[in-house]
Write a protein that binds this ligand. Structure first.
Ligand code: ZN
Ligand code: FE
Length: 256
């Protein structure tokens, strides 16, 4: 079985687009479509022809390029069943438990609501890679626009069960700001302190901090660490549930 090839590129102000290419079948999927032009540029660079778009959620900064890309390539557009009415151009809708086939490989769909109610994530199981849209970010998590903090926590907890080596692609480059906030929540976390320094270096060199891995997020992302005794002590929530500790961290980030 051939290896999938991943190419990440910036879109809009701070979004990421990503192409996944299967050399054997020639299939190429764009994960979300923030805008058409950078996707066309990435396709021209690789010489690939777009066969699919997999959409994570209905927000414009993830869907605005769909119409133009579909008109030019005839690609098949897949998106969340629960947001079918809010996304133009969908050919096929999926939800938790559904699997897609891409380049002969299995892609599993996970419901990850909270940022939006129908938000889904795509897990390329054989490639140990997950696309989590605006649910989980490197050192952060998405703003809770449509769900509740508890709904978001359940989605993050689900993603935390992915194998630790899973590479995580998220929808935005927010990592430097997330690192600064994370340090206010768990400054005694050595792995976090080291990662924050590396992130500053990467960003000053203009390098993407994506993909991250689940192992790295579990060790350093405060939103995945509500069980941390240091965090609980700082927030004075020693006896609270993980969901409540998460919620307090999310509220603090909203005000940061
Ligand atoms: Zn969004
Ligand atoms: Fe977004």
């Amino acid at each position: 079985m051939s290896q999938l090839e991943f190419s990440l590129f910036p879109c809009l102000k701070d979004n990421y687009g990503c192409l996944v290419h299967d050399p054997e079948s020639g299939q190429t999927v764009s994960i979300d479509a923030p805008e058409a032009a950078p996707v066309f540029t990435a396709l021209n660079t690789t010489g690939a022809k777009l066969s699919h778009i997999f959409v994570t959620h209905h927000h414009g900064d993830h869907t605005a390029g769909i119409g133009e890309l579909k008109a030019a390539t005839g690609c098949r557009v897949v998106g969340p069943t629960a947001e079918a009415q809010r996304i133009d151009g969908l050919d096929h809708t999926v939800a938790e438990g559904d699997a897609l086939e891409f380049g002969g490989k299995r892609v599993e769909v996970l419901d990850t609501p909270g940022h939006t109610l129908g938000h889904i994530s795509y897990w390329f199981k054989d490639a140990d890679t997950a696309f989590v849209g605006d649910t989980l970010f490197a050192l952060g998590c998405g703003r809770v626009f449509e769900g509740t903090n508890t709904v978001m926590w359940k989605s993050l907890h689900k993603l935390m069960q992915l194998p630790a080596q899973t590479k995580i692609y998220c929808g935005h480059e927010y990592t430097a700001a997330n690192a600064a906030f994370a340090l206010t929540i768990e400054p005694e976390n050595q792995a976090l302190c080291e990662r924050a320094k590396e992130i500053l270096k990467l960003r000053s060199d203009g390098v993407a901090t994506i993909p991250t891995t689940m192992a790295l997020e579990l060790a350093t992302n405060p939103f995945l660490r509500p069980h941390s005794e240091a965090i609980r002590a700082r927030l004075k929530l020693q006896r609270a549930s993980d969901a409540d500790v998460f919620s307090e961290i999310r509220e603090r980030k909203n005000k940061a």
